[in-house]
Design a protein around this ligand. Structure first.
Ligand code: ADP
Ligand code: MG
Length: 281
């Protein structure tokens, strides 16, 4: 069995060239999941390179220097299509907001990664529905993102990140657009459900409370790791129960066509929000 270990060595990244060059990552090395699933908070001031690090770890952008090795394979040696597939099957993503496709009901948003991976629509929606039930959204399957509260939308996004049973989930300020109470509840769910699925979590956050719920805190400053601390009372797996097949209400069926169209014609900048869409590097 392959372990879900992500090994980043000596990552450097610079945006722009010449005079305009801005170093965003400088000699960052980090191993995640070496001893089983863990929840890692990435903290640091605005502009310190947190999002860049997340995108490099997830193979969304290629580092200028350094390597990212996932389950023993160097991401840089993969073809674009292979890396896209890997992002879809092995990685899950949760962003601050706006990542759900507005035309699709919640259940179809969650089913989408499975369908893109070749799963049948009915199986994908059954699995998506069951997971949404488990995450407390059983009554929301047919709602579109615009009909959900911010916290509910993030829980749908968490379900979408987990539905394909990823080995690692990347989250970039997932509670940044929520009020404190809602954010706390969403974070507990994210940590519990991710570890409960046997995956590690890498979460960028400004919130010390969120960070303290993680088992490890990595701090960045000016693109460098300035500290990497493990909490004494590491977050324990939990939160996600066994799979329960759920009776699903009928859902609209034009969603898949909309999704296919979107995937064929991704909007500019879509890659960062829809990481299962192929990005050219
Ligand atoms: P954080 O997520 O910690 O706020 P980022 O990783 O977004 O930091 O940014 C790190 C640095 O890289 C900042 O100086 C930022 O201005 C710069 N940067 C980020 N994205 C781009 C980009 N697409 N083009 C140019 N510079 C960028
Ligand atoms: Mg950021």
């Amino acid at each position: 069995m392959q372990t879900n270990r992500l090994d980043a060595q000596r990552l450097t990244h610079t945006y722009g060239q010449g005079e305009a060059a801005a170093p965003a990552l400088a000699d960052v090395s980090l191993t995640i999941g070496a001893a089983g699933p863990e929840a890692v908070a990435i903290m640091g001031p605005s502009g310190s390179g947190k999002s860049t690090l997340l995108h490099v770890l997830a193979g969304i952008i290629a580092p200028a220097e350094g390597t990212v090795v996932w389950r023993g394979r160097d991401l840089a040696t993969m073809r674009d299509g292979e890396r896209t597939k890997l992002r879809r099957s092995d990685f899950g993503f949760v962003f601050q907001s706006g990542q759900l496709l507005p035309e699709l009901p919640a259940v179809e948003n969650v089913a989408l990664p499975l369908m893109l991976g070749g799963g049948s629509r009915s199986a994908a929606e059954a699995q998506a529905g069951a997971l949404l039930h488990r995450l407390g959204l059983g009554g929301m399957l047919a709602r579109r993102p615009g009909e959900l509260s911010g916290g509910q939308a993030q829980r749908v996004a968490i379900a979408r990140a987990l539905v394909g049973s990823p080995g690692i989930v990347f989250a970039d300020e997932p509670t940044g657009a929520l009020d404190r109470g809602t954010g706390g509840a969403v974070m507990s769910l994210l940590i519990g459900a991710t570890l409960g699925h046997g995956a590690s979590l890498v979460v960028v956050t400004h919130d010390p409370e969120v960070a303290s719920a993680c088992s490890r805190i990595v701090r960045l400053e000016d693109g460098r790791i300035v500290s990497d601390e493990r909490a004494a009372d590491a977050a324990a797996p939990g939160g996600a129960g066994p799979d329960v097949a759920a009776a699903l209400p009928t859902v609209h069926s034009y969603g898949a066509a909309v999704a296919e169209q979107r995937v064929a014609n991704p909007m500019p900048g879509a890659a960062a929000q829809q990481p299962w869409i192929e990005v050219s590097r």
